[in-house]
Design a protein around this ligand. Structure first.
Ligand SMILES: Nc1nc2c(c(=O)[nH]1)N(C=O)[C@@H](CNc1ccc(C(=O)N[C@@H](CCC(=O)O)C(=O)O)cc1)CN2
Ligand SMILES: Nc1nc2c(ncn2[C@@H]2O[C@H](COP(=O)(O)OP(=O)(O)OP(=O)(O)O)[C@@H](O)[C@H]2O)c(=O)[nH]1
Ligand SMILES: [K+]
Length: 473
């Protein structure tokens, strides 16, 4: 499927809507004649040329800059033409249509001057860059992650992955693995001396160093994936506990409606905030209650709240300190607590501490359970401790510079590598009769590594990865 269609493609490369400048990008092999037909002249390589973009009557659609990248020295590795025009949606659609029309007329000539140009599928330019070895798969994924990055830290680590930092770490593991494989394969050919041979070469030490290096890459990749995917945090609790107030306080903006009326929030309100660059998707939900006053709308809201709780990485279970006696739950809170799914992390958060005087606060301390948080969504006390707790919960290590972006797919592949290295360790210590199994585990480990960079990747995986890109990328 992937290799099948390498015909020239065209797309608007800039975001839809109005912008200062908009770009139509064409990629394909042998585009020289197309450039002639479209612009009526040749272009100097990699040099911005200001010129009219003519329509079929020779009238300018726009005046703009054309950039010509003869392959293989381009983003895709093919010939690439960029028309950089004024960024109006109509202008760009006209330029796109003009490219398709010119190519079509060139294609009907005998002999055809250009194989059929067609609109690009999502991610197809980057897919070509991958297929033409301009980028490996981890780098290509980093392109999308850079565009989608929701925080500066995420963008910077995606940029480092795009520059090849992650791939280099994978290559270093692969090289060490290949070294070890060669040793083991060579030993297989001389079965009489095998054990001494492996001992002398310190195969066990090599394998252990490889596992340590893998653990280091895994730890960093986990941080990278956290920057990419963030954490889904659901604020839940009874009506009026202060859930919307807490969302607003965390976001630093009045997003959700706050009123003293119980049952104000009906729909799910979501906001992505960042703490030290880690994106947190914070979700305010309808207050949970089971009362005859609950109308149809609120019922739906409550059902949605439970739905959000199911998929949460963490639930902030909010309680109103002015209405309960720690550490005992009120009956309603006890009912909610009993219904919370066992596999979701729940933080107990006691709100409205600003309503307590110093004596009441002092009396509160010893009654708190380990891990409980006390705060005032209204005045901000305790918010910083909550933020730090959420980071700890996410497993954020304050990793500083040098981070790279990674995805769940990469974490799973690394885990498989680890699994095979564990297997290899077992067979190596079992010695002589299992060297073939050792060799096989090492081969599988290398294969799993290669899935990250796309050295070994099934077409359907590639299709799935690139289809998630935006059009024109
Ligand atoms: N106008 C424009 N800006 C853009 C892009 C683009 O396609 N067009 N990019 C698209 O994502 C990114 C830049 N990516 C690019 C990557 C490689 C080459 C390129 O010409 N590579 C050649 C030459 C390299 C060199 O001279 O060092 C090559 O690889 O051989 C161009 C753009 C971001 N900005
Ligand atoms: N004193 C004090 N009042 C608060 C605090 N947080 C929220 N409130 C008040 O409690 C009331 C309810 O706040 P909301 O944030 O709307 O509560 P909610 O949990 O979202 O309520 P529902 O939408 O009914 O589920 C409002 O009058 C808030 O001003 C707090 O930290 N201290
Ligand atoms: K509310």
């Amino acid at each position: 499927m992937l290799a099948a269609s390498r015909d020239p493609i065209v797309a608007i490369a800039t975001a839809p809507g109005r912008g200062a400048v908009g770009i139509v990008r064409v990629s394909g092999r042998g585009l020289g004649a197309f450039v002639q037909a479209l612009l009526g002249r040749d272009l100097r390589p990699r040099e911005a040329t200001y010129l009219p973009f003519p329509d079929e009557h020779g009238q300018p659609i726009d005046h703009g800059l054309a950039l010509w990248f003869p392959g293989p020295h381009s983003y895709t590795g093919e010939d690439v033409l960029e028309l950089q025009g004024h960024g109006g949606p109509v202008v760009l659609q006209l330029l796109l249509a003009r490219c398709l029309a010119v190519a079509q007329s060139a294609a009907v000539e005998v002999p055809p001057r250009l194989p059929g140009l067609r609109p690009a599928r999502p991610g197809e330019f980057t897919e070509r860059a991958f297929l033409n070895d301009k980028l490996d798969l981890a780098q290509a994924e980093a392109v999308a992650d850079l565009i989608d990055a929701s925080t500066e830290a995420a963008a910077r680590s995606a940029s480092r992955s795009l520059a090849g930092v992650f791939s280099q770490r994978i290559h270093a593991l692969r090289d060490a693995l290949i070294h070890l494989r060669m040793l083991v394969e060579a030993t297989l050919d001389f079965p009489e001396e095998e054990i001494d041979f492996l001992k002398q070469a310190d195969a066990a030490g090599q394998l252990q160093r490889l596992r340590d290096a893998l653990a280091g890459v895994q730890a960093q990749a986990r941080q990278g994936a956290l920057l990419r995917d963030g954490l889904k945090v659901v604020i839940a609790g009874q009506p009026n506990a202060g859930k919307s107030s807490l969302l607003n306080a965390l976001a630093g903006a009045e997003l959700a409606i706050v009123t003293p009326i119980a049952g104000t929030t009906r729909d799910v309100v979501q906001q992505t905030i960042q703490i030290e660059g880690v994106p947190l998707h914070v979700i305010d939900t309808a207050g949970l209650r089971d009362s005859p006053d609950v109308n149809e709308v609120e019922k739906i809201g409550i059902a949605r709240a439970w739905g959000q709780i199911q998929g949460a990485d963490a639930v902030l279970f909010l309680h109103d300190l002015t209405r309960c006696h720690l550490p005992a739950y009120q009956a309603d809170d006890a009912a909610i607590a009993a219904a919370l799914p066992a596999d979701v992390t729940v933080l107990q958060v006691w709100n409205k501490v600003d309503q307590m005087d110093a004596a009441a606060r002092a009396a509160l301390e010893p009654r708190l359970l380990h891990g409980d948080l006390v705060l005032s969504a209204r005045q901000g006390d305790g918010l910083e401790a909550l933020r730090q707790r959420l980071l700890t919960l996410a497993g954020w290590q304050h990793a500083g510079d040098g981070l790279f972006m990674a995805r769940e797919r990469h974490l799973q592949a690394l885990q498989r590598v680890g699994h095979h290295l564990d297997g290899a360790t077992t067979w190596l210590s079992a010695q002589a009769e299992h060297l073939d199994l050792l060799a096989e585990e090492l081969r599988l480990a290398q294969h799993a590594l290669g899935e990250i960079t796309g050295e070994f990747s099934a077409d359907d995986l590639l299709g799935e990865i690139f289809s998630r890109f935006c059009i024109g990328k």
